[in-house]
Design a protein around this ligand. Structure first.
Ligand SMILES: [Zn+2]
Length: 197
């Protein structure tokens, strides 16, 4: 995982109007305004050089999607907030089973928090929330992950009580970062890098 800076991302000119229209339609109709996040997809892709924010892979079988870091089902107030948008591949974004290992992964609508932590009900409460999922748009988070030469994603730090280790373990599962196809792609990339050094 690499830090992706979306602070300077430029939305389309009419983005503000689109958001205003979508918000005026009410929380029950969020799904009718997917154009708000879809119109940001190209800018998000450019920010990551076409790679999924979570697993850094270019998805060769689909053109990816705009994921809500805080799922719009649990955080309706965040459905149209541009700083909640992440470009994601289908491995990371959707629940699916790894045919080779039988393991199920993918973020889906999950957004676990540390025990005892209150879910944010408005933007002002985000600073009090402690998500268990690493955020590629938070500069402090990507370093919590490391990759072995066999392609496996692993926590970068030791200590079962270390919060960043706990978050790394949770994120590896939630983003399906050790899906066999991703792991194999990383292993091959590691070999290529080794051969070119
Ligand atoms: Zn991905």
């Amino acid at each position: 995982m690499r830090f992706i800076d979306i602070a300077f991302m430029t939305p389309p000119d009419n983005f503000g109007e689109m958001v205003a229209r979508a918000e005026a339609d009410g929380e029950d109709n969020i799904g009718n305004h997917s154009d708000v996040w879809r119109c940001c997809k190209e800018s998000l892709k450019q920010a990551s050089f076409d790679k999924c924010f979570y697993c850094e892979m270019k998805d060769i079988r689909s053109d990816g999607t705009v994921d809500h870091y805080r799922p719009k089902s649990k955080y309706k107030w965040s459905a149209f907030r541009i700083n909640n948008f992440r470009f994601a591949c289908t491995f990371c974004n959707s629940r699916r089973t790894d045919r080779k290992t039988g393991e199920v992964g993918g973020k889906g609508a999950g957004f676990p928090l540390f025990d005892g932590c209150q879910r944010a009900t408005c933007p002002g409460e985000i600073c009090n929330e402690l998500p268990l999922l690493l955020d590629p748009c938070n500069a402090a988070d990507p370093d919590a992950l490391d990759y072995r030469t066999d392609g496996a994603a692993v926590p970068a730090s030791d200590g079962d009580a270390n919060p960043q280790r706990v978050r790394a373990v949770t994120s590896i599962e939630a983003y399906h970062l050790n899906h066999s196809e991703l792991q194999e792609a990383r292993r091959r990339a590691a070999i290529e890098i080794g051969e070119n050094q």
